[in-house]
Write a new protein. Structure first.
Length: 137
């Protein structure tokens, strides 16, 4: 009986890392990692590592809060999800990701990056931020 080199876990939506087109993505377990396997009609198949520990990834799924309506919407609907990101009225659930930029030395080449800064903005210089308020009471 033929087998696949991966185990299918679930489905989600993602973006093509080349053209940012919304694409369906399979969540798969392969070689002890968790990947998004996606296919863009223009740029083809792409696999992106989202976790390097399958057991830990499965455990984190127990902490997912059921979706509920955001308390406040911050952006208008202009292009539709996911392009109007920022809690528009079309948003289906609460926000669940907090992003704190600690450095601008990153080259932002990770295909799953949420940040909006990098060495290009500084002409390649890059400096380390000093978030003195983090971790203090």
């Amino acid at each position: 009986m033929p087998t696949r080199p991966y185990l299918f876990y679930g489905l989600t939506n993602s973006l093509c890392s080349q053209c940012l087109t919304k694409v369906e993505a399979k969540i798969i377990f392969q070689d002890s990692g968790v990947y998004l396997a996606k296919h863009c009609p223009t740029h083809g198949r792409e696999e992106v590592l989202i976790a390097d520990d399958i057991d830990y990834y499965r455990q984190t799924q127990a902490f997912i809060k059921p979706g509920d309506l955001p308390l406040k919407f911050n952006t208008p609907i202009k292009y539709g999800c996911p392009y109007d990101c920022g809690l528009c009225p079309d948003h289906e659930q609460h926000s669940c990701l907090t992003l704190i930029e600690l450095t601008d030395r990153c080259n932002l080449t990770c295909p799953i990056c949420y940040a909006d800064s990098g060495v290009d903005e500084l002409g390649g210089a890059g400096t380390t931020s000093s978030p003195s308020h983090l971790g203090r009471n």
